[in-house]
Ligand binder design. Structure first.
Ligand code: C2E
Ligand code: MG
Ligand code: MG
Ligand code: MG
Length: 284
């Protein structure tokens, strides 16, 4: 039974906490089962070159369908997977799936498309990543520059020395590296010159209100300028409107990603989506 609040540290036993822990454990168990039984899937969201409108790649986004609970959002299950350590086998599964997709694309006329994968801090800090990627490259001999690894600022800054060393090694292998959710995490820009990265992804939170909020517009414009002067390319996330698209093109953002161009979709659909875009539209 719960002790009354304000008396020592016995809040740990509150009924609310128990319910949360219970749900957490339930989801964790179901995730282990899903991992064994094929309950996870990777969806792909297009990344588009702003100058030409061409799809030049995709981001792999994890999807979980539970037979009883239905679809569960990444924002709900990723934190639990992170906390429990399940993100390691799960993240590994995503990496293997991504490499396999890149290999398939070579045979399906979609060679040259880039695929971005999200890495958790645990995967990144664990020390096994490089060996695992080498192993996957043996299995799927693809051009490593077609695989982009996304890490957040927060994950990168947990252990900056380790990050710096690992990013160098990953880059030496030929992989591409992107900072995800740029601007929302660690608030120093110093790491941009320390870390060997290729690209930054401007967080959706800054892009959302550029039409109405001059501060957001200024931040996005300045971020693109900063990235370019450091030799980095830019992807803007969460682009939903024509206004945002034109704004970003005027500010010379290299690429964009968002519902305006395409929702995350199953891999097979994505292949058709890209092929349809590549066909000239009759009569235009
Ligand atoms: P993220 O890496 O920043 O991914 C972008 C998120 O924004 C995705 O949410 C995507 O569906 C959503 N999004 C894209 N375009 C738009 C748009 O125009 N409007 C709006 N409102 N949203 C848009 P999703 O798929 O729910 O994933 C959420 C987060 O979960 C991801 O954020 C990423 O941090 C994490 N995540 C997803 N898959 C993986 C994975 O395989 N491994 C790890 N470690 N994390 C993952
Ligand atoms: Mg991402
Ligand atoms: Mg992001
Ligand atoms: Mg995010």
């Amino acid at each position: 039974a719960a002790k009354r609040e304000g008396r020592g540290n016995f809040q740990f036993f509150s009924p609310a906490m128990n319910a949360a822990t219970h749900e957490h454990l339930m989801l964790e168990n179901r995730m282990w089962a899903a991992l064994e039984q094929g309950g996870f899937e990777v969806h792909l969201q297009a990344q588009v070159e702003l100058d030409t409108g061409r799809v030049i790649g995709a981001e792999a986004l994890l999807r979980w369908h539970d037979p009883e609970l239905g679809d569960i959002e990444p924002s709900r299950f990723i934190p639990i997977a992170e906390e429990s350590g399940l993100i390691l086998p799960l993240g590994d599964w995503v990496l293997a799936r991504a490499m396999a997709l890149l290999a398939e694309w070579q045979h399906e006329g979609l060679g040259g498309l880039r695929l971005a994968v999200n890495l958790s801090a645990r995967q990144f800090g664990g020390g096994a990543l490089l060996a695992r990627l080498d192993q996957l490259l043996d299995q799927h001999p693809i051009d490593p520059s077609l695989l982009e690894l996304e890490i957040t600022e927060t994950a990168a800054m947990r252990d900056p020395e380790n990050t710096r060393a690992l990013l160098r090694q990953l880059r030496a292998r030929g992989f591409k590296l992107a900072i995800d959710d740029f601007g929302t995490g660690y608030s120093s820009l110093a790491y941009l010159k320390l870390f060997a990265i290729d690209r930054i992804k401007i967080d959706r939170g800054f892009v959302k209100d550029i039409e109405h909020d001059p501060n957001d517009a200024a931040i996005v414009g300045a971020t693109i300028g900063l990235a370019h002067s450091l030799g980095l390319s830019v992807v803007a996330e969460g682009v939903e409107t024509q206004y945002q698209r034109s704004f970003l093109r005027d500010k010379h953002s290299d690429e964009a990603q968002g519902y305006l161009f395409g929702r995350p979709m199953p891999a097979r659909e994505f292949g058709d989506f890209v092929r349809a875009q590549a066909q000239p539209v009759p009569g235009s």
